[in-house]
Design a protein around this ligand. Structure first.
Ligand SMILES: [Zn+2]
Length: 244
């Protein structure tokens, strides 16, 4: 398997240009096509102005109300004991759990330490659990993230890498964007370009609806600095057992 830049294994391949946007795709296709093919439009999560003017509590009240309308529209009986708490549970889950990475206040505070051992080889943290949500269908993306970096003098606690992955995963996402957001944050914190991030994930919107392919997974990778070199990239892929 060739893993180089953005590679999709289950849908037509998506090329992201050097500006990391997909204006060409937007201009030539409709929004439905963009969503159905899981194409993102930018590396930053698209947020409107005033996204955090409301408190979490205010957002939960509004979402609960609107989700009750959705269920009612579907014809469900909200007076049923099994269903009447669902709008509140969904609102709480959206705001406090699966989308709480939208709010920059929830970004993990990461301390860096001096690389006292002068360890100069790559550090690989593999098989990090990844639970995210497809922004085109609001269905789960479930998989693994693999991260590597070479210290430029700074190191971070290993569990902090998991926390960074988790923070960016807790948003409506496009897998390519999630990959780059994690890489950029690690580059910023570690003050080095020598960062690699690879995500291998299944999209429930592909397995349980649409094409209904239960076996395919999507691989995306972002390689910075020395990881642009073939031998270092292959070393990383060998560590995570995805070598070519
Ligand atoms: Zn989707």
């Amino acid at each position: 398997m060739k893993v180089n830049g953005f590679v999709k294994t289950n849908t037509p391949s998506v090329k992201i240009n050097s500006n990391n946007n997909l204006n060409g795709a937007i201009n030539t296709n409709g929004h439905d096509l963009i969503g159905d093919n899981h194409i993102g439009t930018s590396i930053d999560t698209p947020m409107r102005k005033g996204a955090f003017d409301l408190s979490d509590e205010q957002k939960m009240v509004i979402i609960e109300d609107k989700f009750r309308d959705i269920m009612d529209t579907l014809g469900l009986d909200l007076a049923d004991d099994s269903l009447n708490g669902t709008p509140h549970r969904v609102a709480k889950m959206f705001v406090q759990e699966i989308f709480n990475g939208l709010n920059p206040e929830n970004k993990p505070k990461i301390s860096v330490f001096e690389n006292k051992f002068n360890y100069g080889e790559m550090l690989v943290e593999k098989n990090i659990n990844l639970n995210s949500t497809c922004e085109h269908h609001f269905l789960p993306i479930v998989g693994k993230a693999h991260v590597a970096y070479v210290s430029s003098g700074q190191v971070i606690g290993l569990s902090k890498i998991n926390r960074i992955v988790d923070y960016f995963a807790r948003r409506p996402q496009v897998q390519e964007r999630l990959t780059v957001q994690i890489a950029n944050e690690l580059k910023r914190i570690l003050r080095t370009e020598d960062v690699a991030v690879l995500i291998d994930a299944k999209h429930m919107c592909v397995s349980s609806r649409g094409i209904e392919d239960e076996n395919s997974s999507t691989v995306t990778a972002e390689y910075g600095g020395i990881f642009k070199q073939k031998d270092r990239r292959e070393e990383f892929l060998n560590y995570i057992s995805l070598g070519s």
